[in-house]
Design a protein around this ligand. Sequence first.
Ligand code: NIG
Ligand code: FE
Length: 425
Amino acid sequence: MWEQLWLDLNVATMASEGPPLGVDEGSADGIPEAGPLGIIRDAAIAVDNGRIAWVGRRSDLPGAPETLARQTRRMSGMWVTPGLIDCHTHLVFGGDRAREFALRLAGASYEEIARAGGGIASTVAATRAADEDTLFQGAMKRVGSLAAEGVTTVEIKSGYGLDLATERRMLAVASRIGAPTLVDVRRTFLGAHAVPPEYRDRADAYIDLVVEEMLPAIASERLADAVDAFGESIAFSPSQVERVFEQATACGLPVKLHADQLSDQGGAALAARFNALSADHLEYTTEAGAEAMAAAGTVAVLLPGAFYTLRESQCPPIAAFRRHGVPMAVATDCNPGSSPIESLLTTMNMACTLFRMTTEEVLTGVTRHAAAALGLHDRGVVAPGMRADLAFWSVADPAELCYRIGGRVSAGRLLAGRALWSRDG
Ligand code: NIG
Ligand code: FE
């Protein structure tokens, strides 16, 4: 007997690519619904042991619901998606950058502010000065906002410490956030985010520190699930990034890269050469970079919040990603400087409006492809054997999740089968 059986719902399984689920897609009037969302109308989902035990049309259930599960819930036609996944954030930090926002409005560029010692360096100073509880309280609030919108997995990067003690503190805070918010947190070590002030004009010496001391310590203490770097003229060169990636690989950690955000650094191809899980931002990535990512299976993580905030005008090469079959994910990049946004749903709207992605691409981009960007194969799709991470929505069509700006929360979430309901749930 199953633990839970959810009835009277419509499911966007995200599972139409790959092996069929053994269910026919079909709309209420019998016209097949094509498309990548793997929609099942009038569906049922069974949950057992934190996993999805069965999903399909209600009429295909192998018996009367009450005989199949200990607990049955009727959801009055709600839509269900996999729990949303925000696969790129920097949401543990001290201070804020409101003054820098004012400077940018007055004409200063992100790079100019960074070169003058502001930008990431100013958040580093505030984060070093903050104790663990202060960092924890700030991060809890931001994860709470994401969770209210149906997010069940969040990736959090370090990178505002740039010394071992503060990087450890950030990752320790990230480790504590999951339990009280019912969100699964994945942690990424981003020691190579910027050159810290005490290493000014000595970037190679800082990379020595990252490679020789920080990375081995973080890996042996199991504080991170992946390693990231910022490849850019205001951060680290391709050869410096390579050194970090070589050491990450030696330590058994997968890599990701902030690539080609402000200029073409060949970052996408570099990431692909190391079989990176993802390359992120990618506004200045070339066709050849997209091709290399496709060959390596590296996910393109698109971050329209940073594009919007920095008033960037060059879009990532979406058409090239489509042509070469590069999986595209979408994430908030939640951080105090380039993307002070705590809403994945608003970010999804931005991906449609600013990048001209389709609603299907964006919905896949915050579920299946976001899971792939984190190297997770147990979520992002509603299918038997997957984690029972689900988001319930009071909408008439899943495209509404992209279409509205503000005001929408999920009616509830399941995290590995544990339920949490919001006010209208
Ligand atoms: O993803 N590009 C580099 N890192 C962050 C920005 C961090 C910051 O400005 O504080 C990003 O945009
Ligand atoms: Fe980022």
